[in-house]
Design a protein around this ligand. Structure first.
Ligand SMILES: [Zn+2]
Ligand SMILES: [Zn+2]
Length: 321
């Protein structure tokens, strides 16, 4: 007679099989396992402690929803932080905000919103239009980093925490290796130390596959937004992701080994390469105090000046007619 499958820690039916750890777990023990695993990662990589105030960036996707729930369960001081980018296509920002509001209500946490247009006067779209730039995503990324930093300052948070998972991290690593982006390889990792006016940035989920985070959020019955930003569909990234998934399916555990061995064996070599390079001199922007190597205003302030000039010119042109 076939033996009935059961959870490694109790008599219950398994909810999930963690292939690379050879573990069958029921729902409850899977939730415990994930939370303990993240706590160990936080400790092993000296990310933060219970005394630290954490700005937790939440987008509404499964990863950041899982992140917030895990950190809350573990008893950390969390400040959920949502950046409203005002992306209208597919109602993306509106839908994201709704999900994030629901998650915070369920977890009984206050939500802090950084409204880009409300605070900076212009949306990422208007800025991209004024700068005549096609790479909307890179402007959006720059704005997000800026918003996180400013948010962390506002709440006097010590650490900025994001929900990057193992698939995100190995995808970036593969991309950086295949293109030999040495400066990126020297910096890539789960902990970016605080420096020159920038807050510490950490990724406590970097050892977990996105599949497990999906099952965690499902097990906790938390809402999340499926699908990514409608503008983030990069064809080459998709190929890297697919290739890595194929490798992982056939050789479970490879992704984690690839990444951890990189941190241990390869990253120090790349770091060494740039050790003697003259460090960029950063000082606070004269207007907003964001760290910058530029003479007067930071990149964002200069974007905003250009955008303002662009729209004023358009208004005066209209008035001339
Ligand atoms: Zn169990
Ligand atoms: Zn500035």
């Amino acid at each position: 007679m076939a033996r009935r499958l059961k959870c490694k820690f109790c008599e219950n039916e398994p909810y999930i099989y963690l292939k690379e750890y050879r573990l069958f777990l029921c729902k409850e023990h899977f939730i415990n396992w994930i939370e303990k695993y993240v706590l160990e990662t936080i400790k092993d990589f000296k990310m933060f402690s219970k005394n630290n105030k954490l700005l937790v960036c939440i987008s509404g996707g499964k990863d950041s929803v899982a992140l917030l729930s895990i950190l809350k369960s573990l008893g950390f001081k969390v400040y959920p932080f949502f950046i409203n980018l005002g992306i209208e296509k597919n109602d993306f920002s509106k839908k994201s905000l709704k999900v994030v509001e629901r998650v915070c209500k369920i977890l009984n946490l206050p939500l802090y919103i950084y409204d880009v247009k409300g605070i900076l006067n212009y949306s990422p779209f208007e800025i991209a239009k004024a700068l005549k730039r096609d790479e909307f995503c890179s402007i959006c990324g720059t704005l997000k980093r800026y918003a996180m930093e400013m948010g962390a300052r506002y709440f006097n948070a010590d650490v900025i925490v994001t929900g990057h998972n193992l698939n995100d991290e190995t995808e970036n690593l593969l991309l950086n290796v295949l293109n030999w982006k040495l400066t990126y390889l020297a910096r890539q990792g789960p902990v970016l130390k605080e420096e020159k006016g920038f807050k510490r940035k950490v990724k406590p989920l970097f050892k977990l596959k996105e599949k497990y985070l999906y099952f965690y959020v499902k097990a906790k019955n938390l809402p999340f937004l499926e699908g990514k930003c409608p503008y983030s569909v990069g064809a080459s990234r998709y190929i890297y992701r697919k290739a890595l998934n194929f490798i992982e399916e056939n050789m479970p555990g490879t992704l984690l080994r690839f990444y951890l061995e990189f941190l241990k064996k390869a990253k120090p070599i790349f770091e060494n390469l740039f050790k003697n390079e003259e460090e960029k001199k950063l000082h606070p922007c004269k207007r907003c105090s964001y760290p910058t190597s530029r003479d007067d205003y930071c990149l964002i302030c200069s974007y905003l000046d250009k955008t303002k000039a662009f729209f004023e010119k358009r208004v005066s042109k209209k008035e001339d007619k």
